[in-house]
Design a protein around this ligand. Structure first.
Ligand code: TNX
Length: 517
């Protein structure tokens, strides 16, 4: 008998031999009220059934720290157990997050049974491989309103992801209101790539996003990118920014994508990178950094503040190292763990708690592995975001037949990225000398130069975000029969109807055998 399709693949799943559990409007839903509300919502969206919450006889939801004891997942944070037989469905979480993930799994187990719905007899014991499982949304190149962000939180949480990294600032716009630096949103938030409208989150809206994420067991990791990617800062506080550097890369981008050269004091709406820098030798810059991260720290309950550090191509290596050392200390002194893109690993004075985010390829190019490994050698860890696998802004390949690939996307990371390529890599094999213990987790970034709408986000992220979620949550490749592309494509294909009921406009790529109902 074939196993039910669960994505990301669980640590352990065994089909039962008995009859399935049948759902009806008389089915009771008892136990933890938050989890019951979440499950009732999923069941209603998927089946149209309204269950009897608060009553016994059917589905039971509990939190028990000894969940799964005696199994490989026993008692681990975020772990859960599901036991289904003809008479009952019992979901036990080791903690509230584990119970929430058990509920997400149950949503994937619902099957249509004639005119009714049922859950196959099964026992699942499950816990995550990595503690940090994220998606990133770039709200700087194109601004995305609060409801798009909360929708993305729901989608990510359904894949058991627990971190939303918001890329809040870049050359093209500043997207977060700060009391200490009001000119940022007053002067540098109105525009976006391609002449599109910009926008920003008020502090209340940011807090709303943080609270919504928390209710789905996700943290928010805010990023303020520096010392490069800061042209917008110069619109608001010209005294803090160097004049733009015009490089050959810039001339290439203008040739390929159009747009203007960046000019001091004029909003930039092109797609080039690496032309801006904060003034590294001016104390006013560090007052600015302290103000910005101080306010963000106060609004962000999660442990991480991301200070960027990527592609600072117009800052000298020496200045970059000096800047990274100072900024990482400012963040650490706020009681937060600094996170930076892997280039910052080259800075000898970086705070030793800093987490590095690796964005090279699955097989690292020149010098990138060394920079990434430096974070681990220092005492930190890595978040892996291999660009030629899980950069969700990369174009899909053109299908061999039929409809065209979705319109948006870039191709710089080794050309278009198939779902198979997004799936087929093993985290512990990416950076030589960095094993599982050096890896905090996995994150799939979505840069938005070409991504303008919520529908664009859906089509780029789904199904590829599910491949990233499996790398983040599931056992290592080779450690489970389910961790193969052949298994993944079947399991993802079975989620089509659930995703449709959740309103997810996924890319129906011909790599996946999609189930119609
Ligand atoms: C590289 S990877 C960037 C971003 C771009 C992205 C587009 C990295 C840390 N930086 O500035 O938006 O490519 O794919």
């Amino acid at each position: 008998m074939s196993l039910p399709a669960v994505v990301p693949a669980p640590a352990s799943i065994e089909a039962g031999s008995g009859a399935p559990f049948r759902l009806s409007s008389a089915t009771g839903l008892a136990g933890d009220t938050d989890a019951a509300a979440a499950l009732a919502g999923i069941i209603a969206a998927c089946t149209g059934l309204t269950l009897q919450t608060g009553s016994g006889g059917g589905i039971e939801l509990r939190i028990d720290p000894s969940t799964g004891s005696g199994t490989g997942t026993g008692g681990r944070p975020e772990s859960y157990r599901i036991a289904v037989d003809e008479a009952s469905v019992v979901i036990t979480g080791a903690d509230a997050a584990g119970l929430f993930y058990g509920v997400q799994t149950l949503g994937q187990l619902l099957v249509r049974d004639g005119d009714a719905w049922s859950v196959p007899a099964v026992t699942i014991d499950d816990a995550p491989r990595f503690a940090y499982r994220g998606v990133m949304l770039d709200v700087a190149r194109h601004f995305h309103p609060v409801e798009t962000v909360t929708g993305y939180i729901d989608r990510a949480a359904s894949l058991k992801l627990n971190a939303l990294h918001l890329h809040l600032t870049d050359d093209q716009g500043w997207r977060i209101q700060l009391d200490s630096r009001p000119e940022l949103t007053a002067r540098a938030s109105a525009t976006a790539v391609g002449g599109d409208a910009g926008g920003f989150y008020t502090k209340d809206q940011y807090r709303e996003i943080v609270a919504y994420a928390a209710s789905r067991h996700m943290i928010v990791v805010p990023e303020v990118d520096m010392p490069g990617h800061t042209h917008a800062v110069g619109l608001a506080y010209p005294e803090l920014a160097e004049d733009p550097t015009i490089s050959d890369h810039m001339r290439d981008i203008i040739r390929d994508y159009g747009g203007e050269e960046p000019r001091p004091g004029v909003p930039y709406d092109g797609m080039a990178v690496g032309f801006s820098s904060l003034k590294v030798h001016d104390e006013a810059t560090y007052d600015f950094v302290a103000d910005v991260f101080g306010e963000l720290a106060a609004m962000t309950p999660g442990p991480y503040l991301h200070f960027g550090g990527d592609e600072s191509l117009s800052t000298s290596d020496e200045d970059f190292a000096l800047f990274v050392a100072r900024v990482s200390e400012i963040v650490a002194d706020l009681g937060k763990t600094p996170v930076a893109w892997h280039e910052a690993g080259a800075a000898p004075g970086i705070a030793d708690t800093t987490i590095g985010q690796y964005w090279g390829y699955r097989t690292p190019q020149e010098g990138m592995a060394e920079k990434a490994r430096a974070f681990v050698d220092n005492g930190g860890q890595l978040i892996l975001s291999p660009a030629d696998a899980i950069y969700l802004d990369m174009k899909y390949p053109e299908p061999s037949s039929g409809a065209a690939a979705p319109e948006p996307g870039l191709t710089w990371a080794n050309g278009p990225t198939s779902v198979e390529r997004a799936y087929s890599w093993e985290p512990s094999a990416v950076i030589p000398g960095v094993d599982e213990s050096g890896i905090l987790g996995i994150e799939a970034p979505l840069w938005t130069e070409t991504i303008r709408t919520a529908a664009d986000i859906d089509v780029m992220a789904f199904p590829r975000a599910a491949a990233a979620a499996e790398a983040a949550w599931s056992p290592a490749t080779g450690a489970s029969d389910l961790r193969t592309w052949a298994s993944f494509r079947e399991r993802v294909g079975a989620l089509g109807p659930l995703w449709t009921s959740m309103g997810i406009g996924f890319h129906p790529t011909d790599e996946i055998p999609w189930v119609a109902e």
